[in-house]
Design a protein around this ligand. Structure first.
Ligand code: GLA
Length: 425
């Protein structure tokens, strides 16, 4: 499970570079990277104006790119057949190849339109191109290879990392920069407008602004960030992917959000961030039973996140661990976004307990599958990973994926042409 000495970012960069070279017959001019994230605590509270505390994982979406009309590249008049239509390569198109799906998509830079297949990965790219153009960041034609080390569909923000990597590429190609908050909000809007998911701001803020060796405590109302060091060598972040995704068509997310907003209205507050548990109790009869439980999760989770940040700063790992378990229980019982496989992993973590090197564990991300995040004692991390993996597989017949991660670095340019050699648009 541990990746040993292999640097996953470097692996993604090497692979993207090699594949770009093979496809386009020249080295890439630009290489950018944007990380996925894992949320330690503060789940389903970003859209309630609460606090969240994710970190970037050291797995990145890497894009290697070059101008379409680079000498050795394709000519402006070359035609490519793509699905059921034929499109002309020109300075007005982006040819984007995804290693994961082994598929190239051509996107018009003039009028980036969604792919005919709903939920297609290229919609994230087209969406970012479109919104960047509205802000005056208009690249000329390019070719790109996307190589992502962020597991797809595992609740580790593979889509946010693709959006943020695309925005970072466009910044590099145009030589113009967005301020980090605008960049994250632009990427969030892509998720809303091009993918139809009314997500909060956590994933895109994390991918843009996380710092190596730090957790990011984000106040989702003020958008203020506090970077909290996570450097204790005795504590390791262990991520276990259930490798299940219960397809609930994304509608569950929007429904939870609507229930929270309705609860806030009935409690007469702008957002659940502004309510307290005693206020909720005293006004219980105003809410239906489901709204009550949703609100109880959100209000208590925001408090747990603030509490966990303080405990972290004090090095009180036992307290952080307890808060993680409480967060899981609340997500399972009150918010109802867990599933059998996630619950099993957290139950196994509880059985393992502190004597076995387990500090705390919970589901992470949107839910209904995906990953758990655990804090474990470093010296026992391998054993704990094996224990969780074997028992999970014995019970479910599904092989989980176990990975450890240091807090990674936010989006960055890995390679850019030497000054003077760029002909960015
Ligand atoms: C998804 C969304 C985030 C956040 C989490 C739950 O990852 O994109 O905005 O709401 O779910 O915490």
């Amino acid at each position: 499970m541990a990746q040993g000495d292999v640097n996953p970012l470097q692996q993604s960069i090497d692979s993207a570079t090699a594949i770009f070279g093979r496809r386009y017959g020249r080295p890439p001019r630009w290489i950018v990277a944007a990380p996925g994230r894992v949320n330690l605590i503060g789940e389903h509270v970003d859209y309630n104006n609460g606090f969240v505390m994710p970190m970037a994982i050291d797995r990145y979406c890497v894009i290697a790119a070059g101008e379409a009309n680079d000498e050795a590249g394709m000519t402006n008049d070359e035609f490519t057949s793509h699905s059921s239509f034929v499109i002309r390569h020109s300075s007005f198109t982006a040819s984007v190849f995804s290693v994961a799906t082994d598929e190239e998509t051509i996107i018009s830079l003039d009028r980036p339109a969604p792919h005919p297949t709903p939920g297609h990965w290229s919609n994230y790219v087209a969406g970012v191109i479109s919104l960047c153009a509205e802000r005056g960041l208009q690249p000329s034609g390019f070719q790109a290879v996307i190589e992502s080390g962020v597991p797809f569909g595992g609740g580790l923000s593979s889509s946010a990392s693709l959006e943020v990597a695309t925005a970072t590429l466009i910044e590099a190609m145009t030589g113009k920069t967005l301020n980090p908050v605008d960049k994250a909000l632009l990427c969030q809007k892509v998720e809303h407008d091009f993918a139809g998911v009314p997500c909060g701001i956590m994933d895109q803020f994390a991918s843009v602004m996380c710092r190596a060796d730090h957790l990011m405590l984000l106040d989702c109302r003020s958008q203020q960030i506090e970077h909290i060091p996570l450097i204790d060598p005795n504590v390791t972040v262990l991520i276990v992917n259930t490798n299940v995704k219960h397809e609930l068509s994304g509608g569950e997310y929007a429904e939870r959000r609507a229930q929270c907003e309705s609860a806030a209205r009935k409690l007469d507050v702008a957002a659940l961030r502004d309510a307290t548990l005693s206020q909720l109790d005293s006004q219980r009869e105003r809410l239906d039973a489901v709204e009550f439980r949703r609100a109880r999760h959100a209000i208590s989770e925001i408090a747990r996140t603030v509490d966990a940040a303080a405990a972290l700063k004090a090095g009180n790992w036992a307290r952080v661990g307890r808060l993680m378990y409480e967060s899981h229980d609340s997500l399972r019982d009150d918010y109802e976004v867990s599933c059998r496989e996630l619950d099993l992993l957290v139950d196994l973590a509880r059985q393992r307990d502190a004597n076995g090197g387990m500090i705390g564990s919970r589901m992470t991300g949107g839910g209904f599958g995906g990953c758990t995040v655990s804090l474990v004692e470093t010296s026992k991390a391998d054993d704990v990973g094996k224990y969780l993996s074997e028992n999970y597989q014995a019970e479910t017949g599904i092989e989980p994926t176990v990975l450890t991660s240091r807090p990674g670095r936010g989006a960055h340019v890995v390679q850019t042409p030497l000054a003077g050699s760029a002909s960015a648009g």
